[in-house]
Write a protein that binds this ligand. Structure first.
Ligand SMILES: Cc1cc2nc3c(=O)[nH]c(=O)nc-3n(C[C@H](O)[C@H](O)[C@H](O)COP(=O)(O)OP(=O)(O)OC[C@H]3O[C@@H](n4cnc5c(N)ncnc54)[C@H](O)[C@@H]3O)c2cc1C
Length: 356
């Protein structure tokens, strides 16, 4: 590797943007290669809940919690990133499951509180029917994912990174090593190629004979027209996760990962919208704005695939679900690993070798 290594980052979604920014900050020569509109594909269709919430083993919880802290650090370094630590109110599980989640994550240090109907009414007065009990995590939040990714890209370019608009059709190889990328406009050489291409990561890695097991499940979200402030935080109710965007729109799906669009996406969207109207006071006056379907980059076991590939020097994989939450930590760790050979302990379970 030269004194000032050249790293190509394929993909300008939230993951590629974060890795590129952290690499550029460390002095690397960075070229971001993006086939479509800068800001990503899954990224712009995300619900963008920043959380270390239920259902995960402790090592993954620790990574997510660290990522939430890293967002705070990153937003100080890149002021264009606006974070909203508005808190999450969750009651989309049976009472015994809520209890088990609160006990477990509370013991791990998550700022989780049981709240009763009176407090729920104070936290979210717009709910038509407050449940008897819910959990509240004040330290959870959200951001506008496209703006955050574009803000990071602009900041990376400000640090000297180049954004190259091209479709990468394959990895350039010499002697078993990745030496760059092949695009319709020609080849670009690099010391390291990072594939942060979301759901397209598997197809690109396959050009070097590497199988990356990911799927791309769809998630449908519905947006209303802008409304005056109705919600104080994120609400995870049974079959309805909803938050209010910066512009006043409500963004909702059956789950934070979106509703299954089913065979008739339009009908699914109308059903989500009707559920949203019933859930919140004044719902009959809401106006349907649009629905959007995103495809989540989903590794086979649900956890990130982050790291170099043994037997294939010059290649680094970066693909994950929950990438909005994880991006600042993954960017920080990837830059340290690529430039200094230092792998953060929090990444230990998430290397590509578990599949390859
Ligand atoms: C409906 C939905 C809800 C979600 N909710 C949440 C949530 O609440 N919280 C959370 O943390 N996460 C959530 N996620 C997941 C999160 O959005 C993703 O993990 C994250 O956006 C992935 O970012 P990425 O940069 O890897 O991918 P992308 O944003 O898809 O970016 C990949 C980029 O690579 C480019 N690319 C692909 N192939 C090539 C090529 N051959 N050459 C050049 N460029 C290429 C694409 O054009 C794209 O811009 C949600 C996702 C969806 C779809």
């Amino acid at each position: 590797m030269a004194d000032r290594p050249h790293v190509i980052v394929v993909g300008a979604g939230i993951i590629g943007a974060s890795i590129a920014w952290h690499l550029a900050r460390e002095g690397a020569r960075v070229t971001i290669v993006e086939a479509g509109a800068p800001g990503g594909i899954a990224t712009r269709r995300s619900w963008a809940w920043l959380n270390a919430s239920w259902g995960n083993p402790e090592p993954y919880f620790r990574l997510r919690l660290r990522a939430m802290a890293e967002w705070k650090r990153l937003s100080r370094e890149v002021p264009a990133i606006r974070l909203h630590w508005v808190g999450g109110l969750l009651y989309d599980m049976a009472p015994d499951e809520l209890d088990a989640y609160a006990d477990q994550h509370g013991s791990w240090g998550y700022g989780i509180r049981r709240v009763d109907a009176t407090e729920i009414g104070r936290l979210e007065p717009a709910l038509t029917a407050a449940p008897a009990m819910a959990l509240h995590v004040a330290e959870e939040g959200a951001l506008e994912p496209l703006a955050a990714a574009q803000g990071l890209l602009a900041a990376a370019i400000g640090l000297g990174a180049a954004l190259h608009r091209a479709d990468v059709t394959g990895l350039d190889m010499a002697g078993g090593q990745v030496t760059g990328v092949i695009t319709a406009q020609g080849r670009i050489a690099a010391d390291t190629v990072v594939i942060a291409a979301g759901t397209a990561t598997a197809a690109l890695a396959a050009t070097a004979g590497i199988a990356v097991p990911i799927s791309a499940p769809p998630g449908l979200l519905v947006a209303t027209r802008p409304l005056p402030k109705l919600l104080n935080g994120l609400v995870m109710a049974p079959d309805m996760h909803v938050r209010q965007l910066e512009d006043g729109r409500l963004l909702a799906g059956a789950d934070f990962g979106g509703s299954d669009p089913g065979e008739d996406a339009e009908a699914t969207a109308r059903a989500v919208f009707a559920g949203l109207q019933a859930m919140l006071k004044g719902g009959s006056s809401f106006l349907f704005d649009r629905y959007q379907i995103g495809h989540r980059p989903m590794p086979a076991d649900g956890f990130p695939i982050m790291g170099g590939v043994s037997g294939c020097p010059g290649l680094y994989l970066a693909v994950t679900h929950s990438g909005i939450t994880l991006a600042p930590a993954l960017g920080l760790f990837a830059a340290a690993e690529i430039l200094k050979g230092r792998r953060d302990a929090l990444l230990a379970p998430y290397g590509p070798e578990r599949f390859l």
